[in-house]
Design a protein around this ligand. Structure first.
Ligand code: Z5A
Ligand code: MG
Length: 220
């Protein structure tokens, strides 16, 4: 199952596009408009998000984030990872049938947020090894104070300036050739334009047979 370097795919596979960034950087708005744009172009695309709060594991995560439940840092990290593993096979099937997935947060959030709490970076990466790797990570880059001014942070656990700065440091450590940094301080329309262009490029590459790979650049 996860024992080979790449995956043999149907010819026109979809792309796995992940939007990452600090709180209020615009991920959810941009995911929705990208999917709507792609669908209007006749490209099969779906919006996904992590955590997926609709599952039993997701509901435990949701209680933790809203601080109605307390969990040990390692335990919650593993729950976030399990929440991605429980969706892995459906994601793979959709990509292989030609649907592009536009995902609001993924493993990169998982590692950056837990490492920012002080957990070891490699320990944080380990449980996600073997999950599908994103073809393109769009990092919505924004200073936390600019993001906070967008209506301010809400009541969830991580919505604090100092912590967000620490998360940004770990995001930087995860960047590789699949990442593209988007200036998220620009207007919604300008950001949309940058995201559309990058997405159309990777969708074309994936439909031409670019191999589907696994995290973390390993040939697990
Ligand atoms: N987490 C984790 O620890 N481990 C994991 O494995 C995963 C996640 C997957 C989930 O939060 C929390 O879980 C998250 C990481 C952690 N904690 N934090 N922080 P979430 O994903 O449910 O929530 P969020 O994404 O962090 O926050 P958000 O409020 O949903 O932010 P957003 O999606 O990036 O932004 P938005 O909703 O699209 O936009 C926010 C506002 O800004 C809104 O009013 C927009 O109209 C406005 N906006 C957007 N773009 C612009 C521009 N360009 N200009 C001006 N205004 C704008
Ligand atoms: Mg959001």
């Amino acid at each position: 199952m996860v024992g080979s370097a790449g995956l043999s795919c149907a010819e026109k596979r979809g792309a796995l596009i992940v939007l990452e960034g600090l709180d209020r950087s615009g991920k959810s708005s941009q995911c929705a408009s990208l999917v709507s744009f792609l669908n209007k172009q006749g490209i099969s695309a779906e919006a996904w998000r992590f955590p997926d709060r609709s599952t039993a594991i997701g509901s435990m995560i949701s209680s933790y984030l809203s601080s109605s439940a307390d969990l040990d840092d390692c335990t919650v990290h593993l729950l976030f990872s399990a929440n991605r593993w429980e969706k892995r096979s459906v994601m793979e099937a959709k990509l292989k049938e030609g649907t592009t997935l536009v995902v609001d947060r993924y493993s990169y959030s998982g590692v950056a947020f837990s490492a920012a709490k002080g957990l070891d970076l490699n320990w944080c990466k380990a449980p996600d090894q073997g999950l599908l790797a994103a073809d393109l990570v769009l990092y919505l880059n924004i200073p936390p104070e600019v993001a906070a001014a967008r209506g301010g942070y809400g009541g969830e656990r991580y919505e604090k300036m100092d912590f967000q700065l620490e998360v940004a440091k770990y995001y930087k450590k995860l960047q590789d050739s699949t990442w593209q940094t988007i200036d998220a301080t620009k207007s919604i329309e300008e950001v949309q334009e940058d995201i559309k262009n990058a997405s159309l490029r990777i969708i074309a590459e994936c439909s031409e047979g670019q191999e589907l790979l696994r995290l973390w650049g390993t040939q697990a």
